[in-house]
Design a protein around this ligand. Structure first.
Ligand code: SF4
Length: 143
């Protein structure tokens, strides 16, 4: 077996960690960039990475009523998706424009994420929110 000198091992280790760092950075870049430094287009749409009931953006309150009313009426859909109409929020995962989410809950959006590789978060919101009312499509978004 070929012996590796201590100096070579240190160099190889440093190189490995550097590569790992790049991979990790590559995997997280889109989400982090979007959350930390949204581009001009996203700012115009008032994109919020994660909304909560106590920190709901003003314009989202209108969407909140619509979403809650929808799930109150469509009890079959609410039940199928395990959504509570009293606590549901107008998040990307219920929006028509949210597509093909990955395992971490980041998906495409042709309104807020127009640059190649940009993704929005399932619990995000923006002023273009448009409620998806089709059960199968909602299921796919929440998968
Ligand atoms: S358009 Fe819909 S999916 Fe896209 S960022 Fe806005 S709320 Fe989220």
């Amino acid at each position: 077996m070929k012996q590796v000198s201590r100096r070579t091992f240190v160099k190889l280790s440093a190189l490995s960690f550097g590569v790992l760092g790049l991979v990790k950075q590559g995997g997280l870049f889109v989400a982090d960039a979007l959350a930390a430094a949204p581009d001009a287009g996203i700012k115009v749409l008032k994109y919020v990475h994660e909304i909560t009931a106590d920190k709901l953006p003003g314009p989202a309150k209108r969407n909140l009523k619509q979403v809650q009313k929808f799930f109150e009426k469509k009890t079959d859909i609410a039940k199928a998706l395990k959504v509570d109409a009293t606590t549901v929020l107008p998040q990307c995962k219920y929006c028509k424009f949210y597509e093909e989410p990955n395992k971490e809950g980041y998906g495409k959006c042709k309104q807020a994420a127009k640059k190649p590789g940009e993704l929005v978060y399932k619990n995000g919101w923006c002023s273009m929110f448009n409620l998806e009312k089709n059960l199968d499509k909602l299921k796919a978004k929440m998968a």
